[in-house]
Design a protein around this ligand. Sequence first.
Ligand SMILES: *Cc1c(COP(=O)(O)O)cnc(C)c1O
Length: 356
Amino acid sequence: MRVYNFSAGPSMLPLEVLEEAQKGFVDYNNSGMSVTEMSHRSSFYDEIHNECIALFRELLNIGDDYDVLLVQGGASTQFEAVPLNLLHNKADYIVTGNFSKKAYKEAKKFGDIALAGSSEDKNFTYIPKGDALNFREGADYVHFTSNNTIFGTRFTSVPKTDAPLVCDMSSNILSEVINVNDYGLIYAGAQKNVAPAGVTIVIVRKDLIESPNPLCPTMLKYKTQADANSLYNTPPCFSIYMAMLNLRHLKKLGGVAEIQKINEYKAGLLYDFIDNSSFYTNAVVKEDRSLMNVPFVTGDSELDKKFVKEAASHGIQSIKGHKLVGGMRASIYNAMPVEGVKALIEFMKKFELENK
Ligand SMILES: *Cc1c(COP(=O)(O)O)cnc(C)c1O
């Protein structure tokens, strides 16, 4: 039996995508080989690779002035790659959670990095905006994290600055419509909303990658993969294949605008239920709430533990909150069906009745 998997990542994939991969797992497209076995220089793989990149371009409406790179090392490696490629004089970072804090710390090793704003004063329960942000004149870039996976906040508009925006979109890429032209660079690990872990997507304006730090390792240089169509070395072929299938699935569904409506509906159901309950609470400032990750607590840590345990026996998996927040966290990425959110709410009602 398949469960509703609320894991923050790796997370659910659409059943249709898993089944499609299963069909061709041993013998892909009459090649007599599995995608896990075939040469990344073969024509079979080439088609997968190029379709994956083309679908990213189509679904996110990415212009020709951007490269779309498929790299390895997870989003965490991008915390280093970004300054090594883009930093010449100085850059500003907005810290709204654990991952952006890591990115900020990593970047500081490479030059003049300043904090443009932070929400750490209130345990990252809001997004700093307007006067709370201080950008320096002439910064090479401003880094921020569009969706904060652990704390359940998101930027509902891009920060206003003249510098190119660099965004960690690991946990909400393809979940809502964006204008790629607002950004200098977008990166995302695949394992939240795209594919199994392994591939990391980098969308970068071509003019930004021409003069990396001379010490930048070849493998971290965007130009290396840009010049080689992301085939400089062996790519994570199977993860890219799964991404391609998932992007095909999203396209068939109607694309990003369509999934955004579904995501807003799902998140709305859950937040409305929490807000109308006197048993559960969500600590995030309402206007900054994430559509993807919904942390909530009962206010009693023993009860929270019991919730997590009992939920698992009701087909609701991996609902335990991150240790920095505690309680529960429902990650409701693109692949979480509406029925999954409804099942969670039903369980929450039942648990409340039994434990009030
Ligand atoms: C999960 C996550 C990361 C870490 O990704 P890895 O691929 O494990 O390195 C970074 N940033 C955000 C916003 C995330 O959600």
